[in-house]
Design a protein around this ligand. Structure first.
Ligand code: PMT
Length: 314
């Protein structure tokens, strides 16, 4: 079925309950960094859900752990950007991503002596924790990192548009890095049952509709001066570059980062109107825990600087 328009999507789906709070945070953040002429990047991260019930017990999800987005946010901070980290609730976040699961607790020592309880970092963990903590504290002291979160695809789009409205004033200094895995299919609001679907009613027949592609209004209307990078996720190598290039030609933005689900942490291709630039980690780099995002971000930062200066890509 054909998708409705993006205007229709916003008309039918109400903003999330915490929307005005998030909008104020976004406005304040962009205004503060605009005053200093800082570069601002919007990093989207994690997958969006499509609820199958209004009182949601079940939902359709999009695959993403938030690894790409959370790592990239750290590297943008290192390059001096102010970072809006727009992420799926409970997906990986910058800095804490290094200590997910039980890792943090395993680094601590507990001493209980009578009424006095002390918690210390184990000496052999200080080496791992200290540099991350230092970068985290520096980012927070500078007010350089803002977190806003979404769960459903409609929450994602409301936040995305609000962030773009704020970033429109940032002009060419704004960079959009759309790494979130966004649903292409959804169930229109009026077809979603209020309560939990009952198995006694037999197997449900669910028809998914196409979500309008928000890249079109984003590039043309919301942030026309920004440097926009979208991502293309495929599972079939034969489709990857063709589809990435088709997206670039259709939306006329600056870059598509093409990746395959199976190898996304070791290989990407930066597709621009001029070139296909492959970035590949060696096995050794992968085992040593090198983040491919360090190279992706460095290259995008370089191209964004050219964009701001108004020079043709090198
Ligand atoms: O988080 P990780 O586990 O590290 O995984 C990272 C990743 C694989 C999720 C990431 O690298 C990635 O590829 N993200 C984009 C996934 C995706 O949504 O691809 P797509 O081909 O469905 O969409 C392409 C682009 O269109 C996206 O940039 C998206 O922002 C945009 N889009 C999608 C749907 C929609 N309705 N409107 C859009 O504008």
């Amino acid at each position: 079925m054909a998708s409705g328009s993006w205007e229709e999507f916003f008309a039918v789906h109400l903003p999330p309950t915490d929307f005005e709070d998030n909008r104020s945070l976004l406005k304040e953040f962009c205004k503060r960094h605009d005053q200093y002429g800082n570069k601002i990047v919007l990093v989207t991260s994690g997958g969006t859900t499509v609820p199958l019930e209004h009182n949601t017990v079940r939902f359709v999800d999009n695959f993403s752990a938030g690894t790409r987005g959370s790592a990239s946010a750290e590297y943008f901070l290192e390059h001096g950007y102010a970072v809006i980290f727009m992420h799926r609730q409970k997906s990986l976040e910058p800095f804490t991503r290094h200590f997910s699961g039980q890792k943090l607790l395993d680094m601590l020592d507990l001493q209980e002596q009578g009424p006095n309880t002390t918690i210390t970092v184990k000496p052999d963990s200080v080496f791992a924790l200290a540099p991350v903590l230092a970068r985290y504290q520096a980012a927070h002291a500078a007010g350089a990192l803002l977190h806003v979160s979404f769960t459903t695809v409609s929450e994602y789009f409301w936040l995305l548009r609000a962030a773009c409205e704020c970033l429109a004033h940032t002009g060419a200094r704004a960079l959009l890095y759309l790494a979130a895995a966004v649903s292409d299919f959804y169930i229109p609001k009026d077809r979603v049952p209020t309560h939990k679907m009952q198995s006694a009613s037999g197997p449900p027949v669910i028809q998914l509709h196409l979500v309008p592609k928000m890249l079109a209004p984003l590039v043309n209307l919301w942030v026309p001066e920004a440097y926009v990078v979208s991502f293309k996720l495929e599972t079939d190598e034969n489709l990857l570059i063709t589809k990435a290039r088709a997206a670039l030609e259709k939306y006329k933005h600056k870059m598509v980062v093409a990746n395959l689900l199976q190898t996304r942490h070791q290989r990407v291709i930066l597709v621009t109107s001029e070139s296909n630039q492959e970035i590949v980690l060696t096995k050794e780099e992968l085992h040593a825990g090198v983040d491919i995002e360090a190279t992706i971000v460095a290259e995008i930062v370089r191209l964004h600087a050219d964009h701001i200066a108004g020079v043709a890509p090198r």
